[in-house]
Each structure stands twice: as C-alpha cells, then as structure tokens.
Design a protein around this ligand. Structure first.
Ligand code: AMP
Ligand code: ZN
Length: 131
C-alpha cells in the first residue's frame, strides 16, 4: 500500500473517513476525524485520523503534513477538555510497526483516558536480554 494518497480503497480508516463504514464520530472537520475505537482499551478511547491517507504510519510522515498533525494534536486536547479529563490526565499514542502492534496502516492517534491508565509499555516490564 502506497503512503500519501487521498483515498486508499482497501484502507479501513479511509473508508471510515469517507463514511463507507459507520463509526461513532466525536468530531470532524475537513482535515481531521475523531471517532470511538470499536474495542475500547480505556473508559474513553478515541481514534484521531487525518481524513486523507497522508501516511501509513509515523515512519512515512513528511514535513508537508505538519499542519494536519498539529490540528490532530489540538483536536485531541480539545476533546480531552470536553470530556473533562484534561486535568486528570490522558494518553495520546501512535502505535508504529510490529512491536507496537499497529494493525491499521493509516496514521492515527489513540486518545485514552477517563481513569488511571496504569504503567506504560509491556505489562511485565522491560527486560533487557542483550548480553
Ligand atoms: P492500531 O492497533 O494502533 O493500528 O489501532 C487500530 C485500532 O483500530 C484498534 O484499536 C482497533 O480496535 C480499532 N478499530 C478497528 N476497526 C475499527 C472500526 N471499524 N471502528 C473503530 N475502530 C476500529
Ligand atoms: Zn487510509
């Protein structure tokens, strides 16, 4: 799948952005879409995506996409405010590649919050097996 396109026909999030697949939309404008994750990992679990398929992941993000990424960050902040979790805290995550468990290759950010999120990283903690 090529990065940087307006619409990728076999991309789940492109199809959600186009309204072909239903989603529970929290916020949308001409550049950004925020919707509920179908398998929530926290009390509030919202996905934020650029409408256009600007990148498969952070790995192929380019400078020219700086505005939409900044807009996503501000949107995440605004949603956190509206949910009343901006002061209690929240987490913004961009899973990138295999070790992070990325499953949808349309750049996206997870906004998680609403209760204590616990430790960050592998549940058992990091073990350095390198000699
Ligand atoms: P990632 O694993 O970081 O690539 O995140 C992909 C996320 O998309 C997962 O948290 C899934 O639960 C979520 N997801 C998959 N299909 C849908 C869908 N149809 N609507 C909303 N979220 C979805
Ligand atoms: Zn896409």
């Amino acid at each position: 799948m090529d990065a940087k396109k307006d619409f990728v026909a076999d991309c789940l999030f492109c199809r959600i952005a186009a309204g072909e697949i239903p989603s529970k939309i929290i916020y949308q404008d001409e550049d950004v879409l925020a919707f509920l994750d179908i398998q929530p990992q926290a009390k509030y679990h919202i996905l934020l995506i650029p409408r256009r398929h600007v990148a498969n992941s952070l790995n192929d993000l380019e400078q020219e996409d700086d505005q939409v990424i900044f807009k996503i960050l501000l949107t995440a902040r605004n949603i956190a405010r509206e949910l009343g979790i901006d002061q209690s805290g929240y987490r913004l995550v961009a899973n990138t590649g295999r070790d992070a468990g990325q499953s949808v290759f349309h750049l996206h950010f997870h906004l998680l919050g609403g209760a204590s999120l616990g430790l960050f990283g592998t549940p058992a903690g990091y073990v350095d097996n390198a000699e």
